[in-house]
Ligand binder design. Structure first.
Ligand SMILES: Nc1ncnc2c1ncn2[C@@H]1O[C@H](COP(=O)(O)OP(=O)(O)OP(=O)(O)O)[C@@H](O)[C@H]1O
Ligand SMILES: [Mg+2]
Length: 324
């Protein structure tokens, strides 16, 4: 049995339309008009146990709505979803005990209390044996560098600090299925890396199934072999990330500054020159050749500053769309 099975899942929100002006207010008091917002439209996918899958798409594509359906926070308009064999919206105990969802915008930590107290509460709720609880807590605190943050009231934590505490709290019971909605949002680069490492280790160690949404290309590249791309509530792609990156983003963009004025003619042998102005230039280089080309370029050009950029996931997805 697959850890997550989604069949033709749809969710349409009904949103009240408010007419403009004062007469609109009176009209809406008498008779409310609604419009349908089809957030998720006939989505199907399966995720095997132990898989770590990226769930991508532009703003408003339906990612969070799908995750809320899978966690039982929303009831679908039609279709089915099974998480570890359970219909999530039934909220059966076995489902709850083995499931977790982390959303940046929603906190399960008690605002006025230090996170440690919510941890203890969760230990009771999830019936985690004391020995396991303390061992896991120590490990998680160490890996996420939580330290004294656990003893600070949650409302006094920064966004990134809270996100770390949130993640820690959500996995104390070692859920078999974990949904992460933009877990690195608001974290600095060092912490993003740590969090990714943590997610990877957790996945490998516990064979848990993880579905993660992110607008951060590094999250997706470092963590997910498989991605599901959704737009306008429908699935556009489900398969290996490497295939779409190779197809839609075959080049990396190298920006460089030289101590001498640059000439496009001298740069053309390195790749596709997209911009030259004075001592600065931008060159697109096929991703597989970047290291060899860079070695050559550095030996020939007096480079004083250099950056190698990846196309943003947004841009890659946009290319998938224009092709679709
Ligand atoms: N509770 C709600 N009531 C009405 N419409 C909603 C509700 N929640 C979401 N929507 C709408 O459903 C669509 C999908 O929203 P959703 O939050 O799932 O997008 P998303 O893919 O998570 O986007 P983002 O990347 O910005 O987080 C949007 O058009 C949104 O406005
Ligand atoms: Mg969202």
């Amino acid at each position: 049995m697959n850890a997550i099975q989604v069949k033709n899942l749809s969710k349409t929100f009904q949103v009240a339309i408010k007419k403009p002006g004062l007469s609109g207010v009176f009209q809406s008091l008498i008779k409310k008009e609604h419009k349908d917002v089809p957030a998720v439209q006939g989505v199907s996918f399966d995720i095997a146990r132990g898989e770590l899958v990226g769930f991508l798409g532009p703003n408003g594509a339906g990612k969070t709505t799908t995750l809320k359906l899978l966690s039982g926070l929303l009831y679908p308009t039609s279709g089915e979803a099974y998480v570890m064999g359970h219909l999530p919206w039934k909220r059966e105990k076995e489902f709850q005990m083995n499931f977790s969802m982390v959303m940046g915008q929603r906190t399960q930590l008690w605002w006025d209390l230090p996170a440690r107290e919510t941890f203890v509460l969760n230990q009771k709720i999830f019936e985690i044996p004391e020995k396991d609880f303390f061992a896991r807590q120590d490990r998680i605190v160490d890996l996420l560098d939580l330290g004294s943050l656990l003893d600070t009231p949650v409302k006094k934590l920064s966004l990134g600090e809270r996100m770390k505490a949130e993640l820690a709290c959500s996995i104390l019971h070692y859920p078999k299925v974990l949904l992460l909605d933009e877990p690195t949002l608001g974290l600095d680069l060092v912490m993003q890396k740590r969090l990714r490492q943590f997610i990877r280790e957790y996945n490998a160690e516990t064979q848990s199934t993880i579905l993660i949404t992110s607008h951060n290309m590094a999250d997706v590249e470092e963590l997910c072999k498989r991605v599901i791309i959704i737009d306008d509530g429908k699935i556009l792609y489900d398969g290996d990330l490497s295939k779409i990156v190779e197809k839609y983003a075959p080049d990396k963009l190298v920006s460089l500054s030289s101590s001498k004025t640059l000439d496009a003619k001298d740069l053309q042998k390195f790749g596709r020159v997209t911009e030259v102005s004075g001592q600065d230039a931008k060159i697109e280089i096929p991703r597989k050749q970047v290291s060899s080309v860079m070695a050559k370029l550095l030996s020939e050009i007096p480079v004083i500053d250099l950056s190698i950029e990846e196309l943003s996931i947004e841009e890659i997805i946009r290319r998938v769309f224009t092709d679709a």
